[in-house]
Design a protein around this ligand. Structure first.
Ligand code: SF4
Length: 113
């Protein structure tokens, strides 16, 4: 799951049956264990739903194209988890960089695993 430096690459995360990059160039990496159910994501993006039973959010789809980029980026940016760093990560699969929320400002995956 990690390279030799111990830095996790976005491409290391996700299911093996992912759709082709050309069709769905973006993906979600979601730290569900850091979600505290604030529901901000669901307010700004149709891709996000808050489960009443579990109390945490989940994306309807983990892979998407340009048409759905903006609202997923918005969800990543408004998520207040992790002291506002956010627990929703939008990754460009072509460059393997985190587009949002990118709190480090360098495209590295900002997960705490
Ligand atoms: S905004 Fe973040 S913390 Fe709130 S429900 Fe969505 S993913 Fe969870």
């Amino acid at each position: 799951m990690s390279d030799e430096d111990g830095i996790q690459r976005p491409s290391d995360v996700g299911p093996d049956d992912a759709p082709p990059v050309e069709e769905k160039p973006y993906k979600i990496v979601f730290e569900a264990n850091r979600c505290f159910g604030a529901g901000k994501c669901a307010e700004v993006s149709d891709n996000w739903e808050l489960s009443i039973t579990s109390g945490v959010a989940a994306p309807k789809t983990y892979f998407f194209g340009d048409d759905d980029l903006e609202h997923n980026v918005r969800a990543a940016e408004v998520c207040p988890a992790k002291k506002d760093d956010g627990c929703i990560h939008v990754v460009d699969r072509r460059t393997d960089e985190e587009i949002a929320p990118d709190p480090h400002g360098d495209g590295t995956l900002s997960v705490d695993w």
